[in-house]
Design a protein around this ligand. Structure first.
Ligand code: ADP
Ligand code: MG
Length: 255
Protein backbone atom coordinates (compact mmCIF):
# COMPACT_ATOMS: atom_id res chain seq x y z
CA UNK A 1 0.00 0.00 0.00
CA UNK A 2 0.87 3.57 -0.54
CA UNK A 3 4.12 3.17 -2.42
CA UNK A 4 4.05 3.54 -6.13
CA UNK A 5 3.71 0.04 -7.49
CA UNK A 6 2.40 1.18 -10.85
CA UNK A 7 5.89 2.19 -11.95
CA UNK A 8 7.67 -0.92 -10.69
CA UNK A 9 7.96 -2.37 -14.18
CA UNK A 10 6.51 -5.79 -13.31
CA UNK A 11 3.71 -7.35 -15.33
CA UNK A 12 0.28 -6.15 -14.25
CA UNK A 13 -2.21 -8.61 -12.74
CA UNK A 14 -5.10 -6.95 -14.56
CA UNK A 15 -4.93 -5.18 -17.88
CA UNK A 16 -8.14 -3.82 -19.39
CA UNK A 17 -8.13 -1.91 -22.62
CA UNK A 18 -11.29 -0.34 -24.05
CA UNK A 19 -13.56 -2.94 -22.52
CA UNK A 20 -17.22 -2.49 -23.44
CA UNK A 21 -20.14 -4.37 -22.00
CA UNK A 22 -23.82 -4.20 -22.90
CA UNK A 23 -26.86 -5.74 -21.28
CA UNK A 24 -29.12 -5.75 -24.31
CA UNK A 25 -29.51 -2.11 -25.29
CA UNK A 26 -27.93 -0.88 -22.05
CA UNK A 27 -24.29 0.15 -22.50
CA UNK A 28 -22.99 -0.67 -19.03
CA UNK A 29 -19.21 -0.40 -19.41
CA UNK A 30 -17.74 2.17 -21.78
CA UNK A 31 -14.13 1.89 -22.98
CA UNK A 32 -12.84 0.85 -19.58
CA UNK A 33 -9.07 1.13 -19.26
CA UNK A 34 -7.56 -0.16 -16.08
CA UNK A 35 -4.23 -1.65 -15.11
CA UNK A 36 -3.59 -3.15 -11.70
CA UNK A 37 -0.09 -4.04 -10.59
CA UNK A 38 0.87 -6.78 -8.13
CA UNK A 39 0.34 -5.64 -4.55
CA UNK A 40 -1.78 -2.68 -5.55
CA UNK A 41 -5.04 -1.87 -3.76
CA UNK A 42 -7.57 -0.22 -6.07
CA UNK A 43 -10.87 1.07 -4.72
CA UNK A 44 -13.77 1.63 -7.10
CA UNK A 45 -16.42 4.17 -6.11
CA UNK A 46 -19.50 5.49 -7.84
CA UNK A 47 -23.26 5.77 -7.55
CA UNK A 48 -25.57 2.77 -7.53
CA UNK A 49 -26.10 1.45 -11.06
CA UNK A 50 -22.88 2.98 -12.44
CA UNK A 51 -21.41 -0.42 -13.37
CA UNK A 52 -19.06 -1.18 -10.48
CA UNK A 53 -20.27 -4.75 -9.91
CA UNK A 54 -20.35 -5.47 -13.62
CA UNK A 55 -16.77 -4.24 -13.95
CA UNK A 56 -15.36 -6.50 -11.29
CA UNK A 57 -17.53 -9.43 -12.38
CA UNK A 58 -15.96 -9.15 -15.85
CA UNK A 59 -12.53 -9.54 -14.27
CA UNK A 60 -13.25 -13.05 -13.03
CA UNK A 61 -15.42 -13.98 -15.97
CA UNK A 62 -18.74 -13.93 -14.11
CA UNK A 63 -19.96 -11.55 -16.83
CA UNK A 64 -18.89 -11.61 -20.44
CA UNK A 65 -18.06 -8.43 -22.30
CA UNK A 66 -18.51 -7.62 -25.97
CA UNK A 67 -15.48 -5.59 -27.00
CA UNK A 68 -12.00 -4.86 -25.75
CA UNK A 69 -8.97 -6.52 -24.26
CA UNK A 70 -8.93 -8.09 -20.81
CA UNK A 71 -6.01 -9.96 -19.33
CA UNK A 72 -5.85 -11.35 -15.80
CA UNK A 73 -2.57 -12.74 -14.47
CA UNK A 74 -1.31 -13.44 -17.96
CA UNK A 75 -4.47 -15.15 -19.22
CA UNK A 76 -6.65 -13.41 -21.75
CA UNK A 77 -10.41 -13.35 -21.48
CA UNK A 78 -11.85 -12.82 -24.93
CA UNK A 79 -15.03 -10.94 -25.85
CA UNK A 80 -18.11 -13.16 -25.76
CA UNK A 81 -15.86 -15.67 -24.01
CA UNK A 82 -17.64 -18.72 -22.64
CA UNK A 83 -15.96 -21.76 -21.10
CA UNK A 84 -12.27 -21.57 -21.89
CA UNK A 85 -9.04 -22.73 -20.31
CA UNK A 86 -8.22 -19.10 -19.51
CA UNK A 87 -11.54 -18.66 -17.75
CA UNK A 88 -10.93 -21.78 -15.65
CA UNK A 89 -7.47 -20.58 -14.69
CA UNK A 90 -8.68 -17.10 -13.82
CA UNK A 91 -11.50 -18.46 -11.67
CA UNK A 92 -9.05 -20.50 -9.61
CA UNK A 93 -6.64 -17.60 -9.18
CA UNK A 94 -9.06 -14.81 -8.42
CA UNK A 95 -10.87 -14.76 -5.09
CA UNK A 96 -14.12 -12.90 -4.67
CA UNK A 97 -16.09 -11.70 -1.67
CA UNK A 98 -19.64 -10.54 -2.30
CA UNK A 99 -22.10 -8.36 -0.43
CA UNK A 100 -24.16 -11.45 0.35
CA UNK A 101 -21.75 -13.94 1.85
CA UNK A 102 -22.82 -16.86 -0.37
CA UNK A 103 -21.59 -19.51 2.05
CA UNK A 104 -22.82 -23.08 1.72
CA UNK A 105 -25.48 -23.19 4.46
CA UNK A 106 -25.44 -26.97 4.88
CA UNK A 107 -21.68 -27.15 5.46
CA UNK A 108 -19.73 -26.30 8.59
CA UNK A 109 -17.50 -23.23 8.57
CA UNK A 110 -14.46 -25.48 8.26
CA UNK A 111 -15.95 -27.43 5.35
CA UNK A 112 -16.87 -24.17 3.60
CA UNK A 113 -13.18 -23.26 3.64
CA UNK A 114 -11.72 -26.68 2.74
CA UNK A 115 -14.12 -27.54 -0.09
CA UNK A 116 -12.56 -25.68 -3.02
CA UNK A 117 -8.91 -26.44 -2.23
CA UNK A 118 -9.80 -30.16 -2.05
CA UNK A 119 -12.05 -30.20 -5.13
CA UNK A 120 -10.29 -27.74 -7.39
CA UNK A 121 -6.69 -27.89 -6.21
CA UNK A 122 -6.74 -31.56 -5.23
CA UNK A 123 -5.38 -31.02 -1.73
CA UNK A 124 -5.69 -33.76 0.86
CA UNK A 125 -8.24 -33.21 3.63
CA UNK A 126 -5.39 -32.86 6.15
CA UNK A 127 -3.63 -30.18 4.16
CA UNK A 128 -6.84 -28.31 3.44
CA UNK A 129 -7.85 -28.48 7.10
CA UNK A 130 -4.50 -27.20 8.28
CA UNK A 131 -4.72 -24.23 5.91
CA UNK A 132 -8.36 -23.56 6.81
CA UNK A 133 -7.56 -23.53 10.52
CA UNK A 134 -4.73 -21.09 9.97
CA UNK A 135 -6.97 -18.80 7.89
CA UNK A 136 -9.87 -18.92 10.35
CA UNK A 137 -7.39 -18.00 13.06
CA UNK A 138 -6.13 -15.15 10.94
CA UNK A 139 -9.61 -13.67 10.49
CA UNK A 140 -10.33 -14.21 14.18
CA UNK A 141 -12.98 -16.95 14.09
CA UNK A 142 -11.10 -20.17 14.78
CA UNK A 143 -13.56 -20.91 17.60
CA UNK A 144 -16.45 -21.05 15.09
CA UNK A 145 -15.05 -23.77 12.80
CA UNK A 146 -17.57 -26.47 13.71
CA UNK A 147 -20.63 -24.24 13.42
CA UNK A 148 -22.86 -23.72 10.42
CA UNK A 149 -23.04 -20.31 8.73
CA UNK A 150 -26.58 -19.72 10.02
CA UNK A 151 -25.28 -19.78 13.59
CA UNK A 152 -22.85 -16.92 12.93
CA UNK A 153 -23.30 -13.15 12.86
CA UNK A 154 -23.07 -11.38 9.51
CA UNK A 155 -19.61 -10.07 10.31
CA UNK A 156 -18.43 -13.57 11.19
CA UNK A 157 -19.97 -15.02 8.03
CA UNK A 158 -18.21 -12.44 5.90
CA UNK A 159 -14.90 -13.31 7.55
CA UNK A 160 -15.56 -16.99 6.72
CA UNK A 161 -16.18 -15.91 3.12
CA UNK A 162 -12.84 -14.11 3.17
CA UNK A 163 -11.05 -17.16 4.62
CA UNK A 164 -12.74 -19.36 2.02
CA UNK A 165 -11.48 -17.16 -0.82
CA UNK A 166 -7.97 -16.99 0.64
CA UNK A 167 -7.81 -20.78 0.98
CA UNK A 168 -7.39 -20.97 -2.80
CA UNK A 169 -4.23 -18.85 -2.50
CA UNK A 170 -5.52 -16.26 -4.95
CA UNK A 171 -3.27 -13.92 -6.87
CA UNK A 172 -5.97 -11.27 -6.81
CA UNK A 173 -8.91 -10.57 -4.52
CA UNK A 174 -12.10 -8.84 -5.65
CA UNK A 175 -14.55 -7.36 -3.16
CA UNK A 176 -18.02 -6.16 -4.10
CA UNK A 177 -19.42 -4.04 -1.26
CA UNK A 178 -18.31 -6.57 1.36
CA UNK A 179 -19.75 -4.60 4.26
CA UNK A 180 -22.98 -3.26 2.74
CA UNK A 181 -25.16 -6.05 4.14
CA UNK A 182 -23.71 -5.82 7.64
CA UNK A 183 -25.03 -4.18 10.76
CA UNK A 184 -22.92 -1.12 11.53
CA UNK A 185 -21.23 -2.69 14.54
CA UNK A 186 -19.86 -5.52 12.38
CA UNK A 187 -18.39 -3.44 9.59
CA UNK A 188 -15.17 -2.72 11.47
CA UNK A 189 -14.19 -6.36 11.98
CA UNK A 190 -14.48 -7.10 8.26
CA UNK A 191 -12.60 -3.94 7.27
CA UNK A 192 -9.88 -4.84 9.79
CA UNK A 193 -9.40 -8.23 8.12
CA UNK A 194 -9.23 -6.56 4.70
CA UNK A 195 -6.80 -3.93 5.98
CA UNK A 196 -4.54 -6.69 7.27
CA UNK A 197 -4.67 -8.44 3.89
CA UNK A 198 -3.72 -5.21 2.12
CA UNK A 199 -0.83 -4.74 4.53
CA UNK A 200 0.42 -8.22 3.66
CA UNK A 201 0.65 -7.20 0.03
CA UNK A 202 -2.42 -8.84 -1.50
CA UNK A 203 -3.52 -7.34 -4.81
CA UNK A 204 -7.07 -6.12 -4.24
CA UNK A 205 -9.86 -4.45 -6.19
CA UNK A 206 -12.54 -3.24 -3.83
CA UNK A 207 -15.95 -1.73 -4.50
CA UNK A 208 -17.04 0.03 -1.35
CA UNK A 209 -18.98 2.97 0.05
CA UNK A 210 -16.71 3.08 3.10
CA UNK A 211 -14.87 6.24 2.12
CA UNK A 212 -12.70 6.46 5.24
CA UNK A 213 -11.49 2.93 4.63
CA UNK A 214 -10.93 3.69 0.93
CA UNK A 215 -8.82 6.70 1.76
CA UNK A 216 -6.74 4.69 4.15
CA UNK A 217 -6.04 1.49 2.17
CA UNK A 218 -6.25 2.52 -1.48
CA UNK A 219 -3.20 3.10 -3.59
CA UNK A 220 -5.57 4.35 -6.24
CA UNK A 221 -9.25 5.34 -6.34
CA UNK A 222 -11.32 4.98 -9.48
CA UNK A 223 -14.61 6.83 -9.86
CA UNK A 224 -17.16 5.40 -12.29
CA UNK A 225 -20.09 7.36 -13.65
CA UNK A 226 -22.60 5.65 -15.93
CA UNK A 227 -20.12 3.01 -17.03
CA UNK A 228 -17.21 5.37 -17.61
CA UNK A 229 -14.11 6.00 -15.56
CA UNK A 230 -14.32 9.75 -15.16
CA UNK A 231 -11.69 10.21 -12.47
CA UNK A 232 -8.79 8.24 -11.09
CA UNK A 233 -5.88 8.93 -8.80
CA UNK A 234 -4.40 8.59 -5.34
CA UNK A 235 -7.03 8.86 -2.59
CA UNK A 236 -5.84 12.26 -1.35
CA UNK A 237 -6.27 13.66 -4.82
CA UNK A 238 -9.66 12.12 -5.63
CA UNK A 239 -11.19 12.81 -2.22
CA UNK A 240 -9.66 16.22 -1.45
CA UNK A 241 -9.50 17.83 -4.86
CA UNK A 242 -11.69 15.98 -7.35
CA UNK A 243 -11.44 17.49 -10.80
CA UNK A 244 -14.55 16.04 -12.39
CA UNK A 245 -17.87 17.61 -11.43
CA UNK A 246 -19.56 14.19 -11.28
CA UNK A 247 -16.98 13.09 -8.71
CA UNK A 248 -17.48 16.32 -6.78
CA UNK A 249 -21.22 15.86 -6.68
CA UNK A 250 -20.97 12.17 -5.73
CA UNK A 251 -18.51 12.90 -2.93
CA UNK A 252 -20.59 15.78 -1.62
CA UNK A 253 -23.43 13.29 -1.17
CA UNK A 254 -21.46 10.48 0.50
CA UNK A 255 -18.73 12.20 2.56
P1 ADP B 1 -23.37 -0.96 -9.50
O1 ADP B 1 -22.68 -2.18 -8.99
O2 ADP B 1 -22.45 0.21 -9.72
O3 ADP B 1 -24.54 -0.57 -8.65
P2 ADP B 1 -24.15 -2.70 -11.66
O4 ADP B 1 -22.88 -3.11 -12.32
O5 ADP B 1 -24.80 -3.68 -10.77
O6 ADP B 1 -23.95 -1.28 -10.94
O7 ADP B 1 -25.22 -2.33 -12.78
C1 ADP B 1 -24.93 -1.44 -13.84
C2 ADP B 1 -26.15 -1.34 -14.73
O8 ADP B 1 -26.37 -2.58 -15.36
C3 ADP B 1 -27.44 -1.01 -13.98
O9 ADP B 1 -28.22 -0.18 -14.81
C4 ADP B 1 -28.09 -2.37 -13.80
O10 ADP B 1 -29.48 -2.24 -13.72
C5 ADP B 1 -27.66 -3.08 -15.07
N1 ADP B 1 -27.54 -4.55 -14.89
C6 ADP B 1 -26.77 -5.18 -13.99
N2 ADP B 1 -26.86 -6.51 -14.12
C7 ADP B 1 -27.73 -6.73 -15.13
C8 ADP B 1 -28.25 -7.90 -15.76
N3 ADP B 1 -27.87 -9.13 -15.37
N4 ADP B 1 -29.13 -7.74 -16.77
C9 ADP B 1 -29.50 -6.50 -17.18
N5 ADP B 1 -29.03 -5.36 -16.64
C10 ADP B 1 -28.17 -5.46 -15.63
MG1 MG C 1 -22.98 -3.27 -7.29
Amino acid sequence: MKDDKSTSGVDPIVRMDKVNKHFGSLHVLKDIEMTVSPGEVVVIIGASGSGKSTLIRCINGLEEFQQGYLEVDGSQLVPHGKASAALQKIRTEVGMVFQQFNLFPHLSVLDNVTLAPMKVRGWSRDDATETAERLLERVGISDQAAKHPGQLSGGQQQRVALARALAMEPRLMLFDEPTSALDPEMIGEVLDAMRELAREGMTMIIVTHEMGFAREVADRVIFIHKGEITEEGPPEKVFDSPQNERTQSFLSRVL
